[in-house]
Design a protein around this ligand. Structure first.
Ligand code: NAD
Length: 511
């Protein structure tokens, strides 16, 4: 029996990480079930892809209405499955509305037929047209179970595809609601297949036209290898280890508040969380003081509007504790936090600020994915940029400098998919901005026009301006072929540098 068949008929019980209550139960779907769902999605894709962009936009407006109508239920389910405060969860629904609105408004313009110049074949006219892949697979993580799918689904569907989504096994109930919300379009645009890694793997092997994966770098690598068997194209949004640079003369109070927000929101379980701060000597002391003051204002707990909630994965608090203890062994100093909060729940960990951090410490290499803010004092801006780039990841980053010109200069030197100047995290909330990483943070882009085109294939079409003339292919390969010497001279006349060289080529002399 194959590994895939071994999990047939099993179910996943989704548990609230704070209370242990069962939020819902979903099936673990087999490869055969996944294939059947993908086949159904192809049928819907044939109708949906045939609609024009305006008809699709009207249908997606009904999806937005369903999001609004079910916002409370969605936020409560997100909160129950992840342990994040309701106040954080509701922002996912807000982001979902803004991303959907962008996609439905801009798909027509971004994907319309585009004429291109035909030089040197001037007897032709040509254009690029964009067509859907058919069915897109979306494999998504648990940390933003609505926010992340809405970086993919509106763009894929507005481009004319249907989607089969594999939500994380930790947040499958939220995933099912997301699929239901899309059914308000009047079409089954999104179908959820539930299960663990094997179900995801079955989806990767299925007959989909494109795969959008958001999750860890390790899983991303695995998916890329698996997708290679069918040569299915993949967009990968992976982890991050985002740096913040704070230089002398920067507004350190603002920088510190942004670092605290950028690190501790969602308990640090954000791909573009600030995980490394580099400050120059003049900014260091005031920045540390301001970061401690801002951290002291945070309320951690289980109330809907607390700032810091529970971690989501079982065992996460113990994992973070180990990372912090190891950093202490290596010489770092905890200024605040550093402990579990078992009085609040199994998976609570205090917002933690660390100083005396050296870039060579273990916590500076891999994603922490928890509420830990390490601050490194550097000697110069040059060193800050070097250390920020000396990392396997390159998702997002943050810069606070003396003035806008210095900030922009630093920003343009960072190996990073995006840069927030004078802020953290916000870039991904602007749906017109493409979102994605470099290095181990992945490739391809979600959001923006790039995101709409990511889910479309470009078809180049060429036609004759003078249909009565013989075709060029026929002219070149039949009848009297051009004299190669004439072609060589023509090449020189057109592409040599300088007028003398062009004339020399034309008359057949070396210049
Ligand atoms: P994960 O890689 O463990 O799982 C993500 C999804 O992939 C889940 O649905 C899982 O079931 C599925 N999966 C696991 N193994 C698979 C396989 N072999 N084949 C197919 N599917 C498989 O990630 P996670 O723990 O759910 O999420 C946290 C990670 O996601 C972090 O690394 C975080 O940085 C990253 N992330 C990245 C972004 C981004 O936009 N770049 C956003 C959010 C989270």
């Amino acid at each position: 029996m194959s590994a895939l068949a071994a999990v047939d008929n099993a179910t996943i019980r989704s548990l609230n990480p704070i209370t242990g209550d069962v939020v819902g139960e979903v099936p673990v779907m087999s490869a055969a079930e996944v294939d059947a769902v993908v086949a159904e999605a192809h049928h819907t894709a044939a109708e949906w892809g045939a609609l024009d962009a305006r008809e699709r936009a009207a249908a997606l407006l009904r999806v937005r209405q369903a999001l609004v109508d079910r916002s409370r239920e969605l936020a409560e389910t997100i909160s129950a499955e992840t342990g994040k405060p309701h106040a954080d969860a509701v922002f996912e629904v807000v982001a979902a509305c803004t991303h959907l609105t962008y996609a439905l408004r801009h798909a027509n313009r971004a994907l319309r037929r585009r004429r291109v110049p035909t030089s040197p074949v001037l007897v032709k006219r040509a254009w690029v047209e964009y067509s859907p892949y058919g069915v897109v697979a979306a494999i998504t993580p648990w940390n933003y179970p609505v926010g992340i799918p809405f970086q993919i689904l509106p763009f894929a569907t507005a481009a004319g595809n249907t989607v089969v989504m594999k939500p994380s096994e930790l947040t499958p109930v939220t995933g099912q609601i997301v699929a239901e919300v899309f059914a308000a379009s009047g079409h089954e645009l999104v179908r959820a297949v539930t299960g663990e890694a094997v179900t995801g793997e079955a989806l990767v092997r299925s007959d989909v036209g494109k795969i959008a994966f958001t999750g860890s770098a390790a899983t991303g690598r695995h998916i890329l290898r698996t997708a290679a068997d069918n040569l299915t194209p993949v967009v990968l949004e992976l982890g991050g280890k985002d740096p913040m640079i704070v230089t002398d003369g920067a507004d350190v109070a603002r920088a510190a508040r942004s670092a605290v927000g950028g690190t501790f929101s969602n308990s640090g379980q954000t791909c573009m969380a600030i995980e490394r701060v580099f400050t120059t000597p003049g900014a260091y002391g005031p920045f540390v003081d301001a970061a401690l003051a801002a951290t002291a204002e945070l309320r951690q707990g289980t109330a809907p509007s607390d700032h810091v909630g529970s971690l989501t994965q079982p065992g996460a608090a113990a994992r973070i504790e180990k990372i912090v203890r190891r950093a202490e062994e290596q010489g770092a100093r905890v200024l605040t936090g550093g402990k579990r909060r078992s009085d609040l729940g199994e998976e609570f960990f205090e917002p933690t600020v660390l100083v005396d951090v050296d870039p060579s410490m273990d916590l500076m290499a891999e994603e922490t994915f928890g509420p830990v803010l390490p601050i490194v004092k550097v000697r110069s801006v040059e060193e800050a940029v070097r250390l920020a780039n000396d990392c396997d990841y390159g998702l997002s980053s943050s810069v606070f400098a003396d003035d806008a010109s210095e900030a922009r200069t630093i920003a343009s030197r960072l190996m990073s998919g995006s840069v927030n100047v004078d802020d953290a995290l916000v870039g991904s909330g602007i749906p017109a901005l493409p979102f994605g990483g470099v290095k181990n943070s992945g490739f391809g882009r979600l959001q923006g026009e790039e995101g709409l085109r990511e889910f479309s294939h470009a078809r180049s079409v060429v036609e004759s301006r003078f249909p009565r003339l013989p075709g060029l292919a026929a002219g070149m390969f039949t009848g009297n072929r051009p004299d190669p010497n004439v072609v060589h001279r023509g090449l020189g006349a057109v592409y040599s540098v300088g007028i003398r060289a062009k004339v020399a080529a034309l008359v057949g002399r070396r210049s």
